[in-house]
Design a protein around this ligand. Sequence first.
Ligand SMILES: NC(=O)c1ccc[n+]([C@@H]2O[C@H](COP(=O)([O-])OP(=O)(O)OC[C@H]3O[C@@H](n4cnc5c(N)ncnc54)[C@H](O)[C@@H]3O)[C@@H](O)[C@H]2O)c1
Length: 281
Amino acid sequence: MGRLDGKVAVITGAASGIGRGTAIRFAGEGAAVVIADLNQDGGEAAVRDCKENGGRAVFQKADVSSEAEIKTLIARAIKEFGRLDIIYNNAGIGGAVGPLEQISVEDWDKSFAVLMRSVFLGMKHAVPELRKAGGGSIISTASVAGIRGFNGLHAYCAAKAGVVNLTRSAALEFAKDKIRVNCICPGGINTPILHRNQPGVKEAMEQWMAHGQPIQRAGHPEDIANMALFLASDDSNWVTGQAMVVDGGLTIGSGFFQTPDAPRQQTAIPPQGFVGPSFEK
Ligand SMILES: NC(=O)c1ccc[n+]([C@@H]2O[C@H](COP(=O)([O-])OP(=O)(O)OC[C@H]3O[C@@H](n4cnc5c(N)ncnc54)[C@H](O)[C@@H]3O)[C@@H](O)[C@H]2O)c1
């Protein structure tokens, strides 16, 4: 028996990376999945992957920043599978990057349309169907960039922080409808958003990303899919309004800073001893 038997899920950004990995996982646990993305070839390949993993799946081309296309997406889920239990608002881009003074208003707004408006729209149009199903689970992909700053990622950090707090306000509103609302804050996950499918870059990133956090390996879509499965399933039925951090320990702190000129290593620990008042030698 699968953990999502009989459930229907819409997953945006599911042609690639985290969304695709999650779609495959959900399908293997018995869900029927609507794969939504701008990328048709990737979306159709993800449908094949889901079917190979024993599930039902269809592809719907959709731009998540468009209200009309989100409405059509939800309607497709109902037409194909008759109900909706889970929406995973996951599609994303890097958006406007670089020095703040050089960001155009146009690029700022485009970033927010894809990273934040999309999450609002997914919630807005899924909720009526989740209510009809007697409740459900809304999941969104935020980021560790939504809970701490990253230099040069102003629009991304601001939008992902918005996703975290929209998750909380929506959770308050929809708890009475038995609709739980949570988000996931991934750390560094080795997906095309970073390696852009450039030859050899995925492999190089795998090495480089291993040293970015206390658990010394790169994150993979399956790490996030496992959390999404927990949030989608009844195992999390008393969990709402939360930002679940899945980052190999990236955000928990850093190593001891021994002297101003010592390299700042996450694994550094002070030598054994006892540190008394600072006036003592
Ligand atoms: N990879 C990481 O390190 C990381 C870390 C934290 C958060 N995230 C977030 O995870 C989510 C998934 O990213 P990923 O790492 O799997 O990257 P990815 O590029 O592999 O997947 C993102 C998908 O979103 C789709 N997409 C982009 N704009 C869209 C639009 N307007 N409408 C519909 N689909 C659109 C892309 O076509 C792609 O298939 C994003 O929200 C991203 O911000 C990623």
